[in-house]
Design a protein. Structure first.
Length: 111
């Protein structure tokens, strides 16, 4: 039975002897803190500016580099119904006028 798999390796595996083949890029670890006190330390290349926030793998809140002032949770907008969006676009007077026009049209069709 023939197989195309390479024995003894896995997807994403690096070279067997890293020191002989290449020099790894210089790296740094940045510690990020969330509002729940969790910390995460992702690794970044030295020549890449780290992002301002990072998602907490424990609770999902945003993390920041300052332990004493972590970012706040994003504000979730409540679900709005179609009627709520209509009320934002039209005043009560405009709604009453449109209702009167629609009722007049319906009454005209009945005759």
């Amino acid at each position: 039975m023939a197989s195309n798999a390479i024995k003894g390796s896995r997807v994403g595996a690096g070279p067997v002897r890293l020191s002989e083949r290449s020099e790894p890029a210089p790296r740094r670890h940045i510690t990020y803190w969330c509002a729940n006190g969790h910390s995460v330390r992702p690794c970044f290349a030295m020549d890449v500016p780290p992002p301002e926030t990072w998602d907490c793998p424990h609770c999902g809140l945003p993390c920041g580099p300052d332990r004493d002032a972590p970012p706040t949770a994003p504000h979730a907008e409540p679900y709005k119904t179609h009627f709520a969006y209509v009320r934002e676009r039209r005043s009560d007077a405009e709604g009453a006028k449109l209702l009167d026009e629609a009722l007049a049209e319906l009454r005209a069709r009945r005759r």
